[in-house]
Write a protein that binds this ligand. Structure first.
Ligand code: ASN
Length: 343
């Protein structure tokens, strides 16, 4: 029985793409803080039992704390997957947790009509530490990468989540990610439970297509009592490509003293799209629910519906990279293009 199991899994070829994160870090001089260390060997050498699950090869895309992630790194990841897409059955990306939901969301928009599992994972404690969560996350991620899951997904703490629905919710727990507005794609207990109703069907879409991001300038403003919009007025110029307002709950913004409405109107007049996301993780933007949202909509603001902030920002980057104008961005922002919005 055991042999039969291993033979089936061995036939799958998985590319493990190393990008950095805590998983490969160690405490370093002079301050003992965690930093990326030279990682010449594959993590498979540290967790050799991974070889029982698949035929794994490793490539080093880059090695950074994901707090340093840029558009160039995301494009590099797309490039590595593009070059290797036909050669492997699935991909595991070892990534820092801080920006994992951003990278995952970006990949979901940039790789169109994906037919293979692209699984991001990492850890809260380095692989070298005795009480690490890296081993289990790696084992689960590799196992998911051998399955028929045509999704860009985050595998963490025995859960599989669609990447453009996932968000980092804890800096201290092993249960670091959640998917507040979409069910988990799978959970791992004694058995692996696939949520087949939520996993995209393999036939979804046409030919695989790889896109790349351009460097675009997005200004992110969070509403809070006392926010003075005049501080942000200098962003209304040609260097700003888009504005994201992280509003209250259903998309409400101040409309009385310190009103953000003139700012939104002026941005629109300059051809700068304004997206409204929510400070509430669960639920959906509804700009018609309150006067404070309705006025934002009338001023031209675009709803991010129930997208995570990470997903909204990366979808915005993606659409801006295509050089769409405000009305095209509005149309596409409200449309589900990669499973990022509930319909
Ligand atoms: N700062 C780390 C990173 O994002 C955090 C982690 O991976 N747990 O690279």
């Amino acid at each position: 029985m055991g042999n039969c199991f291993n033979e089936v899994k061995m036939s799958k070829k998985i590319l493990m793409i190393h990008t950095g994160g805590t998983l490969g870090m160690a405490e370093g001089k002079p301050d003992n803080s965690l930093k990326p260390v030279q990682f010449q060997e594959s993590v498979v050498n540290f967790v050799p039992e991974l070889n029982q699950l698949a035929d794994i090869e490793t490539v080093f895309a880059f090695n950074i704390d994901s707090a340093n992630l840029t558009i160039k790194h995301i494009n590099k990841l797309v490039e590595v997957i593009k070059e290797n897409y036909e050669l492997y059955d699935g991909f595991v990306i070892i990534h820092g947790t801080d920006a994992m939901a951003y990278s995952g969301s970006a990949l979901s928009f940039l790789i169109k009509n994906n037919k293979k599992p692209i699984i991001l994972t990492g850890s809260q404690k380095p692989l070298r530490h005795i009480r690490t969560d890296a081993r289990l996350n790696l084992i689960n991620a590799v196992e998911f990468a051998t399955m028929d899951i045509p999704e860009v997904a985050i595998c963490f703490n025995s859960k599989l989540m669609r990447a453009n629905r996932a968000t980092k919710v804890s800096s201290g727990d092993f249960d670091a990610f959640d998917s507040p507005n979409f069910p988990y794609l799978a959970t791992v207990g004694v058995e692996i439970n696939l949520n087949n109703r939520c996993i995209m069907p393999i036939s979804f879409g046409g030919e695989i297509e790889f896109n790349f991001l351009k460097e675009k300038n997005i200004v992110h403003i969070k509403t809070f009592p006392g926010l003075n919009p005049s501080i942000y007025r200098h962003f209304l110029n040609n260097d700003t490509d888009g504005i994201i307002v992280e509003a209250y709950a259903t998309g409400n913004i101040p409309i009385l003293e310190n009103s953000l409405i003139p700012f939104i109107i002026e941005a629109n007049e300059l051809g700068i799209p304004v997206i409204i996301t929510s400070q509430a993780k669960r639920g959906k933007i509804n700009l018609d629910a309150y006067e404070c949202g309705r006025k934002a909509k009338e001023a031209g603001a675009i709803s991010a519906l129930d997208m995570t902030i990470e997903s909204a920002i990366m979808k915005f980057q993606y659409l801006l990279s295509k050089d769409y104008n405000v009305s095209e961005i509005k149309k596409l922002f409200l449309k589900n293009i990669s499973g990022e919005i509930s319909e």
